[in-house]
Write a protein of this length. Structure first.
Length: 257
């Protein structure tokens, strides 16, 4: 793989007495899209929160663009060029779409550049331009997700962390948003770390993937190879192989329920 923009080494993060992340290590090459797959409760969101500074790790390092950032405040991490789009479309509901986008650029002082970038996000998501003076809380779920991604783009990040961008959206909107994520990666050079329940879509747009199980990475490979693995087909893509399940895989499936 290319030079890593993000490198996570032996990361351990706790929720109170419970260890949520258990010695996790992975890399995200500069300019790539990398995905982390896992069942609910596997620790995917905790990884993103730890990388972005929302949670502090008890052990391990997070290196971004050559410098260690673990334990830094989220504001300082964002100023280094790492934008986090959290699960649940956390927009400012009483601010307009335009005001939400301006909040994404709060670290910048180049007014002309901010204005150009606002037009850029309107090009990616034209519906936001038509809703520019509308309160964000009155937008549909899909529009709020578009706004969350666009607000993160306004910071001109080198890297975006996307947590479940397809959650609760129709198949048509899911495809539209993922198409835009690919365009942002290719056209803007933004590196993407994607956590996503829609495994087929994630593996289709990403180059490399990691599989997380109960806080540990249990599998890693190119997405093309992961799409062909029997475990991935059965547990994430809903494709069952003919014959009797292996005991090990059956036990794992029961544990994930």
């Amino acid at each position: 793989m290319a030079e890593p923009l993000l490198a996570v080494t032996n990361l351990e993060t706790f929720y109170g007495p419970v260890m949520a992340i258990r010695g996790v290590s992975f890399e995200v090459p500069r300019g790539s899209i990398v995905t982390i797959l896992g069942a609910n409760g596997a620790g995917k969101t905790t990884i993103l929160k730890t990388v972005s500074g929302v949670m502090d790790p008890q052990k391990g390092t997070v290196s971004f663009n050559g410098r260690e950032i673990q334990g830094r405040d989220p504001d300082r991490v964002a100023r280094l060029g790492l934008s986090h789009v959290p699960e649940g479309r956390e927009v400012f509901p009483f601010l307009t779409v335009r005001e939400n986008l301006a909040m994404g650029a709060y670290t910048r002082s180049d007014a002309d550049g901010v204005a150009r970038d606002m037009e850029m996000v309107y090009e990616y998501f034209p519906v936001l331009k038509s809703r520019a003076e509308q309160r964000a809380g009155s937008l549909s779920g899909g529009e709020q997700q578009m706004l969350s991604i666009s607000r993160a783009l306004m910071a001109r990040p080198a890297m975006m962390l996307l947590d479940e961008p397809s959650l609760g959206l129709s198949p048509r909107l899911v495809k539209e948003i993922f198409d835009i994520i690919v365009r942002i990666n290719r056209e803007r050079g933004v590196t993407v770390l994607l956590v996503e329940q829609n495994a087929h879509m994630a593996l289709t747009i990403a180059q490399f993937g990691y599989v997380l199980e109960v806080g540990r990475i249990v599998m890693e490979d190119t997405c093309a190879r992961l799409l062909e693995k029997e475990d991935i087909k059965e547990f994430y893509l809903g494709v069952k192989e003919a014959g009797v399940r292996g005991t090990r895989r059956w036990k794992r499936k029961k544990m994930w329920r």
